[in-house]
Design a protein around this ligand. Structure first.
Ligand code: DPN
Ligand code: ZN
Ligand code: CA
Length: 354
């Protein structure tokens, strides 16, 4: 966790804010520390919203819930198993209570019904939608807490922070929790392919978080700008730049990872939608150079429990999960623009009650 003020949001955010009507980033006090807006007799000014710190304890509480769901449903949260449906219902319940508009999309695969959960935050420019996703299914071997309870729980807490902060993004915000990723990106592919093309073309960016709490973590961003070869649809370079910017402020070096479609952003980039995401590593082994800059164990897998029974709540590196959750919030707030609408006492009360 960390605190952030407007002074540290970076040139990119300030440049973006300059394009937004009503924004006055350079003149406004920090949205999360000011009392000026509340003591003034005039209506609260449109303060460009700074990303909140995402409480690690909240993200970990979601992971504990997912672990309990797996434990009471045969040890996993896999496609076609009761633990997956229970995971969908758990996330949906949190989002409904926070004011999201949720929908469960069903699909059929391998003789079983699968589900995607789609959650829209009301408001913003729907013709310029930013989508944020994670796969919620595990493999059958284990509870899937790092893969991908971590991305699912971090995104859930960022979504809840959107509501808590009274965030009014300039762009429309939509979150997705995918089914059957482990069987070949089935749920996300179903979602993208069955969207009417007019709706698909309104999605101008997709952020994907799959494994963001690996126990021997690396800090990777999908190579959207092609600086390591490849690259993605137009706009992906900008997404990579914003994803990296948070880590620069906390002095954590970031490496590229292949932008090759090995997670749920694949179907989005297949349709030319700009995308990006973060990753802390799976079966690959940390090099000695990486252990020197990031700490951890050289010659050991980033996640020794990848797709295994031991991918439990103990298979999480807390600083990695915390930094990635904060980076997700920073990226959402930076790319979506907009203002904070709750007065600060209400936002503070919401944070305290969370
Ligand atoms: N797609 C991930 C899985 O669910 O197994 C692993 C992965 C994520 C690999 C991101 C590379 C990059
Ligand atoms: Zn997996
Ligand atoms: Ca790159």
């Amino acid at each position: 966790m960390r605190s952030r003020t407007m002074a540290t949001v970076g040139a990119a955010a300030l440049a973006l804010s300059a394009l937004l009507p009503g924004a006055s980033a350079s003149a406004s006090p920090p949205a999360t520390t000011s009392s000026a807006a509340t003591t003034s007799s005039v209506a609260a000014p449109a303060v460009r919203a700074a990303a909140p710190d995402i409480p690690l304890a909240n993200v970990k509480a979601h992971l504990s819930q997912l672990q309990t769901i797996a434990t009471s449903n045969g040890g996993n949260r896999a496609h076609g198993r009761p633990g997956f449906r229970a995971s969908i219902d758990f996330v949906k319940g949190k989002l409904d209570a926070a004011g999201f508009q949720t929908a469960v999309q069903s699909f059929s695969y391998n003789g079983a019904t699968g589900y995607n959960l789609i959650a829209d935050w009301p408001g913003g420019d729907v013709n310029n939608t930013l989508m944020v996703g994670a796969h919620l299914d595990s493999v059958t071997a284990g509870p899937g807490i790092n893969d991908n309870g971590s991305g699912s729980a971090a995104n859930l807490e960022v979504a809840l922070a959107v509501a808590r902060e009274g965030y009014k993004p300039a762009r429309h915000l939509r979150f997705g929790w995918w089914g059957a990723e482990e069987l070949g990106l089935i749920g996300s592919t179903h979602y993208v392919e069955t969207l009417p093309s007019a709706e698909r073309s309104k999605i101008k960016g997709y952020l994907n978080f799959d494994m963001v709490g690996s126990p021997n973590p690396g800090y990777f961003a999908y190579d959207g700008d092609g600086s390591s070869g490849g690259g993605g649809p137009a706009g992906s370079a900008e997404i990579e730049r914003v994803l990296r910017a948070h880590f620069a402020t906390i002095n954590v070096p970031v490496e590229d990872t292949a932008f090759d479609g090995r997670s749920d952003y694949g179907p989005f980039i297949d349709y030319g939608i700009a995308a990006g995401g973060l990753f802390t590593g799976a079966e690959g082994r940390k090099t000695s150079a990486q252990a020197q800059k990031w700490g951890g164990q050289a010659g050991v897998a980033y996640d020794r429990c990848y797709h295994a029974r031991c991918d439990t709540t103990t298979n999480i590196n807390d600083p990695a999960l915390d930094r990635n959750a904060d980076a997700i919030a920073y990226t959402v707030w930076t790319l979506a623009g907009g203002t904070q609408v709750l007065d600060e006492p209400r936002a503070a009360a919401n944070r305290a009650a969370a």
